[in-house]
Design a protein around this ligand. Sequence first.
Ligand code: CA
Length: 228
Amino acid sequence: MKILLIEDEKDLADALTAILLKNNYSVDNAYEGEYGLDCALTCIYDLIILDVMLPKLDGFAVLAHARGAGITTPVLMLTARGETRDKVAGLEAGADDYLPKPFAIDELLARIKALGRRKGEYLAGGEHNLGNNRLFNPMSLELKTESGTVNLTLKESQLLELLLSHRNTYTSKDMIIEKLWSYDADVVDSHVESQVSLLRKKLSAACPALSIKASRGVGYRLEGLDDV
Ligand code: CA
C-alpha cells in the first residue's frame, strides 16, 4: 500500500514516515501543499494523509483540487485544531476521515487500515482470500496455506497486492514501478521482471492455481482467481 504524506512539520513527517515504513507501507513525502497536490495528481496512491495547515496551498485547497481533478484516493486529514468546523469543512471537501493532532500512532495506524478496507480489497484483519483456503496478509507479508506459511518480501507483497487490486485487467510495468519504488528511484523494466519472477516462484509453491500472465508491451495479470 502506497501512501502520500503531505505534512509540513518536518520532524513529525519524518517520524510518521519511519513508522509507516516499519509497518510495510511505501511513503512519498510532500512538505508543502502545492508539491503535495502535484504528487496526488501525477502518482497513484492508496491513501493520502493530508495536513490542514500547509504553506503555499492549505489542505482544504489541495483536497478540493484533487477531487475536482477526479482523484478518488481515500484522504485522511490531520489538523492541529480539534475544531468541529475543520472536520466539517474537510469532510465536505471530500476527506474520508479526520484525525485531530496530537494523535496516538496506534490510532493513526487503525484509521489507515480502516481506509484500506473501505476500498473493498481486504477481508477482516487485512487479509485477502486467494481461494482454496489460502490467505494473503500484506501486513505480515505472508501467504498462508493449509500446509504452512510462505514469507514474502515487501516488494513481492506490494506486487501481489497491486495485481489483486487490478485483477480484471493488466497492470503495466510503469504502474508497478510507480507503486513499488519511490518516484525518484532509478528503476528499469528488468527490476520489475525479476520481482515478477520471484513472486511467481512463491505463488507456484503456495497457490498453484494462481499464475501471473505476462502480455508483451501491456503488463501483467493475475489469473486463476475466478473461483474466489
Ligand atoms: Ca501543518
